[in-house]
Design a protein. Structure first.
Length: 450
């Protein structure tokens, strides 16, 4: 790829979670957020059509930023990775891989490292590396194995890049620097280190996955602003695309962002990025699996945005008092860290039941019993009683109702975060807005239909 000259293009894909057909008979991870069938279906529903689209778009190379495979049988990890690389190689486009948290280190080193060393003609002693293409610098990180050694390596490579006068610098990793919408869903030290590095070095863009959300942000730094492009190819075929900011509070805060595309809620809109690097201008597009480009960003120098176009997303529907008698179903949406049994919820004084156990601040949805529908109001009081010694954190509490015809209406995501633990005390306030609850204190909040 060193022989490439501008203009050139590359695609960025993340969180493919590839599985082989026998995956269902060897499935081990019982804590997975999706059903086994969803991973199997994702290969034909999302990954195969993506490969067809990339062949047509014909980028010069592709990045896959981690979680290549969904782990099944621990004894088959090497075979799973080999099957994934064989599957992706059918597009006949060079692919550069970054390691994700689900990509076992030993298996990744055995299968992927030789492929990368051969493709880039480099010696690969670590799971992070860099290469150059016609005045552009590319850094591939292993964010799951983040360390001070890797941090110092990033600084050395960027410092050398300044001396060489690279026009563009692109960085790739699995975890986000700023965990958009999913609080705490990255490594804190990685976040702190990269924020400091970005204050000192000019970087065009950071590409990542991990959260399964789709989003683009232009984040402030003490130096030049930097783009963070977050995407994922994992999707559930019967989930319609859902605007991320309609059900989860958008993070970081508005004061930290110069521009943003809120994108889509995880697993509802598989997509990838196409980036075109010209003599001066860089254009990055987010492509929906079935609908093409829905967000386009252009710049010449790091942080110097020329254009930021996005397709209009459907505005959220509003509830009016006369709709209350027409509600057919209702749900409580929430996210949780360290969820456990015994969290008892009630709405307007009537018991809902126990919240299902959830973790990782992934979106969850619990249907309300039918007899509670008549008690729904424009203003609703939610109370959640914790079990003893609760260390859970809850957020993104949203009431969702369905009207005739399948129309959904939701209370706004307010960004409140309720926690019975101080484990997040070290996190920057810009990434959280939490209320610390006392042991055995009930969580109480109001959910308004606006």
């Amino acid at each position: 790829m060193k022989d490439l000259k501008r203009p050139f293009s590359f695609a960025v894909v993340s969180d493919t979670h590839f599985v082989r057909r026998e995956f269902d008979s060897h499935f081990e991870r019982r804590d997975t957020p999706l059903e086994v069938e969803a991973y199997l279906e994702n290969v034909t529903y999302a990954l195969a059509p993506m490969m067809d689209a990339l062949r047509e778009l014909d980028p010069d190379f592709i990045f896959i930023t981690g979680d290549l495979v969904e782990p099944g049988d621990p004894n088959e990890l090497v075979g799973d990775l080999r099957a994934a690389l064989e599957f992706f190689s059918t597009c006949e486009i060079p692919i550069v891989y970054a390691r994700g948290n689900l990509d076992a280190y030993d298996a990744f080193k055995a299968v992927v490292h030789p492929t990368m060393a051969s493709l880039l003609n480099i010696e690969l002693d670590e799971s992070y590396f860099s290469f150059e293409v016609d005045g552009c610098l590319f850094l591939i990180l292993d964010t799951d194995a983040w360390s001070q050694e890797q941090c110092l390596w990033v600084e050395r490579v960027l410092k050398a890049g300044v001396k060489k006068g690279f026009q563009h610098t692109f960085v790739f990793g699995h975890h986000p620097i700023w965990p958009v919408a999913r609080q705490f869903f990255t490594h804190l030290e990685f976040h702190k280190n990269m924020v400091r590095i970005l204050d000192d070095f000019d970087v065009d863009a950071y590409f990542c996955g991990h959260t399964h959300n789709q989003s683009v942000i232009l984040h402030r730094t003490q130096g030049l602003p930097v783009f963070q492009f977050m995407g994922a190819m994992i999707g559930v075929s019967d989930e319609p695309p859902l605007a991320l900011n309609q059900v989860q509070a958008f993070l970081p805060g508005e004061d930290d962002l110069l521009a943003c595309w809120p994108g889509y809620l995880e697993n509802t809109a598989p997509g990838w990025f196409m980036v075109k690097v010209g003599a001066q201008e860089v254009v990055a597009e987010w492509h929906h699996l079935n609908r093409g480009a829905e967000a386009v960003v252009a710049w010449e120098q790091p942080g110097d945005m020329l254009d930021f176009w996005m397709m209009d997303q459907s505005a959220p529907s509003k509830l009016i008092p006369t709709d209350l008698s027409r509600i057919r179903r209702a749900f409580l949406r929430f996210c949780a860290w360290d969820g456990l049994s015994g969290l008892k919820a009630s709405l307007n004084g009537a018991r809902i039941g126990e919240l299902p156990i959830r973790d990782g601040f992934a979106p969850a949805r619990m249907e309300l019993p039918g007899h509670l529908l008549d008690g729904l109001q424009m203003e609703n009081r939610l109370v959640i009683h914790p079990p003893s010694e609760c260390h859970c954190t809850l957020g993104n509490l949203v009431l969702e109702v369905m009207l005739p015809g399948g129309r959904y209406i939701r209370t706004p995501a307010k960004g409140e975060l309720f926690s019975w633990t101080d484990k997040w005390a070290q996190w920057p306030s810009s990434l959280t807005n939490k209320s610390l609850l006392k042991p055995n204190e009930a969580l109480q909040t109001m959910l308004f239909f606006e």
